[in-house]
Design a protein around this ligand. Structure first.
Ligand code: ARG
Length: 640
């Protein structure tokens, strides 16, 4: 920290003093009572701007003889009048039996000297309207910039181990748009959690244990009965090479699935094959490994295109070895009992307003179910990772399943009482007709097709844009790459900007627009900043040895006000598992930047000091936007 200040000279030393007074910087003393292992004494800690303001107002209330609790400050709901506001005098009026306006007036008078505000005004019937002092705000924002890569966002003091169960693709079945949301939302939550300093482990939780395996085996046997996998007396090693490619596999499954619906005997055979596979038939298990390998290779490629990755590639099949002991224990402890031939655990609670059926553990034929697999998955997750929290990012239509599983896990003691199990159910992605997204001919849309359709749409736009701008000299190659980058932003932002639990309409025209609340608009803003910075540096200029100084206009101040919210927004997005909060933040930030840009002559500014401050502000805006979109799981191109 110190070295930055030495480099940046005396101005900084003065500012540093000021920040220290405000408590923006909190030089921490060694505090052995706390878990401060990863933070050295003296390292700076940056408070949230709202907390600083609240502290100042609270102090004023106390100084005037009122309770501290009335000093709560919020963002203004009348941005035309003020930036922040405090309604505490309204509530204090009752307790102190005074007119609210009198209280507000006293507090405002107390604040007249406070250098944090350029305005602290009482208005009838008893509100405090606040505007920040420009120098104070500029120091805060400059300090964000000095806090490289974190911009004032603290890492968690007590990092938690969090497992996120997302993706959830089913082996051998192609990814469809339904899996898109889980991947997009889960990835973002994972990135936010890591940024905030937690240990976050993403597990793809493959669907690799169902009837689909038996179906594939049955169809394969019909086509190539001579394969060694079907010879029960075969003792040798099984071939390393799979007897099918991914495209064959993707054709085999739907064919088999269709046949099983029309042909009872075929379905019987598939069920029998599934049973034998699950009970250890060697040839079938060798086939399962082939199916898994081929599928997973393909899935990884698909997820990579979406900028999504997983720490663990576990599947339902990995939970199977844990089932027998788990079931035995549930019986021994008296939780599981036989009802209508099936083994169940009661999970209803007195406070239920709707009927929660018992959690079925084994069917009457002894077969395990989706519940059983999810419960046994909790067993190995506990054993291997001892997580503080497990978050499931799954279609909200599976909510009942998770209610049963979570209750059963708690009741039977599979998880420690303090382990949090969280179901993050997401809504359906609908087409413009308001019905679940389909292909033009009404089939289930495959993810790859959807993505490439948007890639093409984007390429068209970028090419048109190029022409309109008299050719930026973008090669075809670059245009294609850029189209992919922008398309991904369009898809992800379109999804993440909605609250996850809500259904939303996937509107290609709107999502790919360069204007409005869209991913491309955010990228466009970043690219615009990059281009100004390039121009500035191309002139041989640099803004070293200077920092952001007090705003020169309303629009510049507004940009700083937006920037200063970053740490609070990220913290909120993490606590509420709500990436949409980051989306609305960067939309506001991009708007604030573009207003500033349109009203300010940046490149032709004659006062070098002012221009340098602008350049720093641009750099900070760019970094904050880039960090935010990285947390959402996409990135910006160089130009577009
Ligand atoms: N494979 C499942 C599906 O496609 C999703 C899995 C969700 N995760 C879980 N632990 N059940 O519906």
């Amino acid at each position: 920290m110190e070295s930055i200040f030495i480099k940046q000279g005396i101005v900084i030393r003065v500012l540093l003093e000021k920040w220290r007074n405000y408590g923006i910087i909190d030089e921490k003393m060694p505090d052995l009572g706390r878990n401060d292992l990863q933070r050295n004494a003296g390292e700076k800690k940056m408070k949230k701007i709202l907390d600083l303001i609240t502290a100042e107002i609270t102090q004023a209330f106390v100084d005037c003889g009122y309770d501290a609790k009335y000093g709560k400050v919020t963002l203004s709901n009348r941005p035309d009048l003020c930036e922040y506001q405090c309604n505490g005098a309204m509530a204090a009026a009752k307790e102190y039996k005074k007119a609210p306006f009198m209280i507000a007036d006293e507090v405002a008078a107390k604040l007249a000297e406070a250098s944090m505000f350029s305005m602290a005004e009482s208005v009838k019937p008893g509100f405090l309207n606040l505007k920040l002092d420009e120098t104070f705000l500029a120091s805060y924002v400059a300090d964000m910039q000095a806090d490289e890569g974190r911009f004032g966002c603290e890492k968690a003091e007590n990092p938690k181990t969090i497992m996120i169960d997302y993706g959830g693709p089913n082996v051998a079945k192609p990814l469809h748009v339904g899996h898109l949301r889980s991947a997009i939302i889960g990835e973002s939550i994972k990135r936010i959690g890591k940024f905030v300093g937690h240990k976050v482990i993403g597990d793809v939780h493959l669907g690799d244990w169902g009837l689909q395996m038996g179906l594939i085996i049955t169809e394969l046997k019909l086509r190539q009965p001579e394969l060694v996998y079907f010879d029960e007396n075969y003792e040798g090693e099984y071939p390393k090479e799979a007897p099918f490619t991914i495209s064959e596999l993707e054709e085999i499954y739907p064919t088999a699935s269709k046949k099983s619906k029309e042909d009872e005997a075929y379905k019987e055979a598939a069920m029998q094959a599934t049973y034998e596979l699950q009970h250890g038939r060697k040839g079938y298990q060798a086939l399962l490994s082939h199916i898994l390998n081929v599928s997973v290779t393909d899935l990884k490629k698909n997820y990579e295109n979406l900028n999504v990755s997983f720490e663990l590639w576990k599947g339902e099949s990995d939970a199977q070895p844990y089932i027998p002991a788990m079931v035995q224990k549930m019986k021994d402890d008296g939780f599981a009992y036989v009802s209508d031939g099936a083994l169940v655990v009661d999970v209803k609670e007195d406070t239920d307003t709707k009927e929660i059926p018992p959690c079925m553990i084994l069917k009457s034929d002894g077969a395990s179910l989706y519940n059983t697999t999810d419960l046994a998955t909790i067993v190995w997750r506990e054993e291997d990772y001892d997580p503080d929290e497990i978050i499931y990012v799954v279609d909200k239509r599976q909510e009942l399943h998770f209610v049963q599983v979570f209750r059963c896990a708690r009741k039977t003691g599979l998880v420690k009482p303090e382990t949090e199990l969280k179901f993050l159910g997401f809504g359906t992605m609908n087409g413009k007709d308001g019905k679940p997204f389909k292909t033009r001919d009404g089939g289930v849309m495959r993810l790859e097709y959807l993505v490439s359709e948007i890639d093409n749409e984007m390429l068209k736009k970028i090419t048109e844009n190029q022409k309109a701008k008299e050719n930026l000299g973008i090669s075809e190659e670059e245009a294609k790459e850029t189209a992919k980058t922008v398309a991904l932003a369009a898809i992800k932002y379109g999804d993440l900007s909605n609250q996850a639990s809500k259904d939303y309409i996937f509107d290609i025209d709107r999502f790919t627009s360069f204007e409005g609340n869209t991913g491309p608009y955010i990228l466009y803003t970043i690219v615009r900043i990059k281009s100004i910075l390039h121009k500035y540096h191309d002139l041989g200029k640099n803004a070293d040895n200077s920092v952001i100084t007090a705003a020169h206009s309303e629009s510049e101040k507004n940009l700083m006000l937006e920037l200063s919210k970053f740490n609070a927004v990220i913290e909120g997005a993490f606590t509420d598992t709500a990436p949409h909060k980051i989306c609305s933040y960067i939309y506001d930030l991009a708007n604030a930047f573009n207003s500033f840009y349109h009203e300010t002559k940046i490149m032709s500014e004659e006062d070098e000091t002012v221009q340098k401050s602008y350049i720093h502000l641009l750099e900070l805006t760019k970094s904050v936007l880039e960090t935010s979109i990285d947390l959402l799981g996409f990135s910006a191109p160089e130009r577009m």
